[in-house]
Write a protein that binds this ligand. Structure first.
Ligand code: FMN
Length: 643
């Protein structure tokens, strides 16, 4: 028989809706917790040494067959899951009551029982109550908060203003958790190969502390708005210790039912099924369910617009204090957004994020662009440094810019704002064979889906397409011809500006590609594989991912249009999520928009790409919703309607 550690008495599982414990904190059983040994007694391991059996006995092995450990009784198990589910990062509503020493001892003892690499227990806990010191620490956090806020896009900055990010002075106790990466010497089991495991161990101690505190009715808020060295100096830590966590601890009247960042609309939880993979990374699904690949999953999830919400929006537009139809195309935009959201009025499409997908194209070798291929990687660096037109336009519109290396033919330095998702360093030349394999096309689509999901989970409410890739107008024209049946002479444009000879060659290259691959528009993955850039595949996935989450996507020009054709071929209803930001000067774009039935919002002869035309349209889309939400109706304003 295996032995099981004694467990403290726990209250039975509560009904999360009605149980008053959820509101007022746990009952007395949880507060008195484990017996006095755990709190005051010496650690028996250190006093009596390890059990001699463990030293001299046989090593671990299969041993005799024993009964399976039954686990904990149901209500104790429920209590464990309950404390995990109801742990919250708490920043508001702290009470001034002091935290009794015995309670703190129990919580710290729980922290100290965390697993650690090679049993190195690299943590230390510095308990701080001194007000003057906490004031100095709060000042450090305030400085970093201001610096962070100054860097945010406008829509995020106003949302951030409303968030509370620390409670250093509102809580009676602060606890700094440190890590000693040298503890235990050089042969600490496991740490030599993975030095980061020391930090992981200290984080596990924080996890234990956080859960135990929840069970005690104590709120904990983790503050990371610090320069780690600056904080370590303020805490007077020995130089070889690193600060892992700074925690604000105190009693609260109640714990929020959901993370505050989710309630505030700042970010969302990802469903667990997105995080679990069956056997191979990317085959997602919980055990016991059929693994679904993200592409099949989003295609199945994309549905038609909600006609009831659209009718309500149309009806409201007619009652708003303005002549009927006087907002022109913007009325349709608001109606389509209501249909997408499934409610009227729909939520404001804010904050917005421009995702610039960058990749290189093998067809560049055919001399279809006067620009060298290196420019793709150089422009990525420019986007990340904030120096491109899309950055200027996004700053004006209050949107964030994220850059995705989906297939740039250069090694890119890891920098904040760059998502490294390279499928391959550029595609193959489509005049000589398929630009990519089918697997690569699916990988690009999947990457786009996941980026859309992640950006929505990060709190964005509007996605904007951007792209960068020397020679990508050639690949786009080929895709447009393949999907719409257009003639290459009509669909091919001059891209960044090419001379007559290059233009003629570009058309001839596209004709050769089409003749070679004989694309079948009923096989969209095959068409992407034949001609696409990786950015086309990823953009198609991005559109599908957004549509499945019923999030609006503002499309930029001809590259996004070509990707939208692929998305529509995979899931026709995906176009209900798409708004054509502008009409590009590329002739293939007009063909695409009329094929998809989309009307461009801006028509300024732009032919830059990057997402510039789409970002210009962002305030128009947002204004369309704001009008629907905020403009008074004839009834409410007491204004007489036309007779
Ligand atoms: C490593 C880490 C650092 C964090 N730093 C901060 C912080 O500086 N300020 C803050 O308000 N919340 C911080 N949090 C709290 C998270 O925002 C919070 O855990 C998350 O929103 C999920 O909410 P929940 O803990 O209530 O489930 C941090 C959390 C972790 C795990």
């Amino acid at each position: 028989m295996t032995t099981r550690p004694t467990t403290p008495t726990l209250t039975p599982m509560a009904d999360p809706v009605t149980d008053p414990d959820l509101v007022t904190g746990p009952g007395p059983d949880l507060v008195t917790g484990p017996g006095p040994d755990l709190v005051t007694g010496p650690d028996p391991d250190l006093v009596t040494g390890p059990d001699p059996d463990l030293v001299t006995g046989p090593g671990p092995g299969p041993g005799p067959v024993t009964e399976r450990d039954p686990g904990y009784p149901a209500e104790q198990r429920d209590a464990v899951y309950r404390v995990i589910a109801e742990r919250r990062d708490v920043r508001r509503g702290f009470r001034p009551d002091p935290v009794p020493a015995d309670v703190l001892d129990r919580v710290l003892t729980a922290a100290h029982q965390a697993p650690s690499v090679g049993l190195s227990q690299p943590w230390d806990f510095l308990v701080i109550t001194d007000r003057a010191r906490r004031e100095r620490i709060a000042a450090l956090a305030a400085r970093h908060r201001d610096e962070f806020a100054a860097d945010l896009p406008r829509a995020r900055a106003s949302a951030f203003d409303a968030l509370k990010i620390e409670s250093i002075l509102d809580t009676p106790v602060n606890i700094a958790v440190s890590c000693d990466r040298t503890r235990g010497g050089r042969h600490t089991l496991g740490r030599r190969t993975q030095p980061r495991t020391a930090d992981f161990s200290s984080v596990l101690a924080v996890g234990n502390l956080w859960l135990a505190a929840r069970a005690e009715g104590l709120g904990v808020g983790w503050v990371s708005f610090f320069d780690e060295r600056e904080l370590a100096a303020e805490l007077g830590l020995p130089a070889h210790l690193d600060v892992i966590a700074y925690l604000c601890v105190g009693y609260v009247s109640q714990f929020a039912p959901a993370p505050e960042l989710a309630t505030a609309g700042w970010a969302r939880r990802r469903p667990v099924s997105w995080a679990v993979h069956a056997e191979e990374f990317g085959r997602r699904g919980l055990p016991g369910t059929e693994p679904v690949d993200p592409l099949a999953e989003v295609i199945a999830a994309i549905g038609p617009p909600d006609v009831g919400a659209m009718a309500a929006a149309r009806e409201r537009q007619d009652r708003m204090t303005k002549p009927r139809g006087s907002l022109g195309e913007l009325e349709d935009v608001s109606v389509r957004l209501a249909g997408l959201a499934g409610c009227c009025p729909p939520p404001l499409p804010e904050p917005a994020c421009v995702a610039v997908f960058a990749a290189d194209h093998g067809v560049h070798a055919q001399g279809v662009s006067p620009w060298p291929q290196e420019v793709t990687g150089q422009m990525v660096a420019n986007f990340l440094a904030g120096g491109a037109v899309v950055n200027a336009f996004a700053a004006q519109a209050g949107a964030e810019v994220t850059v995705i290396d989906i297939g740039v033919a250069a090694e890119l330095e890891p920098v904040p704002g760059l998502l490294p998702r390279k499928i391959a360093p550029g595609t193959a030349d489509f005049t000589e064979g398929p630009a990519m394999t089918r697997d690569q096309a699916v990988a690009a689509l999947t990457a786009g889906i996941e980026i859309a999901r992640d950006l929505v989970a990060a709190g964005n409410r509007c996605l904007v397409t951007g792209d960068m890739g020397i020679a990508n107008t050639t690949a786009s024209a080929a895709l447009i011809c393949a999907f719409t049946g257009a003639d290459p002479v009509e669909a091919t444009g001059r891209g960044t500006g090419i001379d007559a000879a290059t233009y003629a060659r570009k058309i001839e290259v596209i004709c050769r590609g089409l003749a070679r691959h004989q694309p079948d528009p009923a096989d969209p993955v095959g068409v992407i594989a034949a001609f696409g850039g990786f950015e086309h595949g990823a953009l198609a996935g991005f559109i599908l991912g957004a549509a499945a989450l019923r999030m609006p996507v503002i499309l930029d020009g001809v590259i996004a249009g070509a990707a939208a054709l692929a998305a529509a071929a995979l899931a026709p209803d995906a176009i209900a999520a798409c708004f054509a930001g502008h009409r590009s000067a590329e002739p293939g774009h007009a063909i695409t928009l009329s094929y998809l039935g989309l009307r461009p919002l801006v028509d300024l002869g732009l032919r830059l790409g990057e997402g510039t035309g789409a970002v210009l349209a962002l305030p128009l889309v947002q204004s369309a919703v704001r009008a629907l939400r905020e403009v008074a109706t004839f009834d409410s304003a007491g204004v007489s309607d036309k007779t």
